[in-house]
Design a protein around this ligand. Structure first.
Ligand code: NCD
Ligand code: ZN
Length: 354
């Protein structure tokens, strides 16, 4: 049996949610990642230092007993009311990144930013304190086709942001296109990107051919296969500008399988295994450790993890459904409101965390 031992990885973009859901999402991620960048798109959103530190405490209280070193990295949700003073306060409190959602871009992003240039004083403060800017890079204008929104964001905003703030660390989150990967490659060492398992594994045929597949629906939406191939080539190249961010984003089953289904793939229970299979299939398994465990902390200016994990080549099947924790003790059949269909449900994977 082939095995693979790598430094313990981190997940640089995911959604833990809040309340009872934390009892599901936090153990799932803590099983293999040491750190995780927790997105702030709660209801209400995490818009200041105090809310962020309270959220961090709630996440920590959901860490399973016996896991001693898991560290959630909470983030601030930028709004038109965010001040440079708040950035300084957050930075002093150890908050390493803030998130920019263009208004309406995705789940719970209504509070987000209208008119990105009005945030320039905030970006200035971030550049000064060394806080990272994490960007959901899609425009939201109705007349722009959903498949073109990432490229349009680069042209309309991102070019300006990176040239106006040359020493602001920018992460272009969950990139989905060749345009985005080419853009990041052409930038200085202050610009990097995360890539999800779903955008490496799938293209828009996997969403739409043979019927709509709601569990493959995420934002930014899956793109055509030439973009998927460009992302695959990018990670296989081993460039340190690209690192792991699952965008694991749970929604209850009935909210995905709906006339207006939510965007998001819940990949936490198979995340490192999915990436291992992808890299292996690309003939680039030797590049997995850099992507999963080294380039993220290097870019964030944080230490690499000293511990290791081991993956074994051994077939297993991703479960069809996961019961939410508050109903695990019930013996009635599982209601859709109490269940999550994980990403890659019912499908075999070749690698498993030992
Ligand atoms: C995320 C969510 O559900 O919070 N959904 C998604 O499809 N990725 C939001 C996001 O990261 O865009
Ligand atoms: Zn996300």
């Amino acid at each position: 049996m082939r095995t693979l031992t790598i430094h313990t990885p981190d997940d640089w973009h995911l959604h833990f949610r809040d309340g009872d859901m934390l009892l599901e999402t936090v153990p799932a991620t803590a099983r293999c990642f040491r750190r995780a960048i927790a997105m702030p798109n709660l209801v209400p959103p995490v818009t200041n230092t105090q809310l962020a530190l309270e959220y961090k405490a709630r996440i920590l209280s959901a860490v399973p007993e016996g896991v001693t070193n898991f560290e959630p990295l909470v983030t601030l949700y930028l709004t038109n009311d965010t001040t440079p003073e708040e950035i300084e306060k957050a930075s002093n409190a150890g908050i390493v990144a803030s998130k920019l959602y263009p208004a309406g871009a995705t789940t719970n992003s209504d509070a987000a930013v209208k008119g990105i240039k009005s945030l320039y004083p905030v970006f200035e403060a971030m550049q000064k304190t060394g806080m990272l800017l994490l960007i959901h890079g899609e425009v939201t204008e109705n007349h722009i086709d959903i498949f073109d929104r990432e490229k349009a964001f680069i042209d309309a905003y991102l070019n300006d942001i990176v040239s106006d703030f040359p020493e602001l660390k920018v992460v272009f989150e969950h990139i989905t296109t060749k345009d985005a990967s080419d853009f990041v490659k052409a930038q200085s060492s202050f610009v990097a990107a995360t890539i999800t398992p779903q955008h490496l594994l799938l293209n828009r045929n996997d969403l739409l051919v043979g019927g709509v597949k709601p569990h493959n629906y995420c934002l930014p939406v899956l793109k055509r296969n030439i973009h998927q191939q460009a992302l695959q080539e990018t990670v296989a190249s081993g460039s340190p500008k690209f690192f792991l961010g699952t965008d694991s984003a749970p929604h209850e089953k009935h909210k995905k399988e709906s006339a207006c289904g939510c965007a998001g793939c819940y990949s936490a229970w198979s995340a490192i295994e999915l990436y291992a299979q992808i890299f292996d299939d690309l003939g680039a398994i030797d590049k997995l450790e850099g992507f999963a465990s080294h380039y993220g902390p290097d870019f964030y200016g944080l230490p690499r993890n000293q511990t290791t994990i081991t993956l074994e080549e051994k077939e297993w099947t991703v479960p069809d459904v996961i019961a939410l924790p508050n109903v695990k003790s019930s013996n009635q059949s599982l209601a859709d409101e109490d269940a999550i269909v994980p990403f890659f449900a019912g499908q075999p994977l070749r690698w498993k965390l030992a």
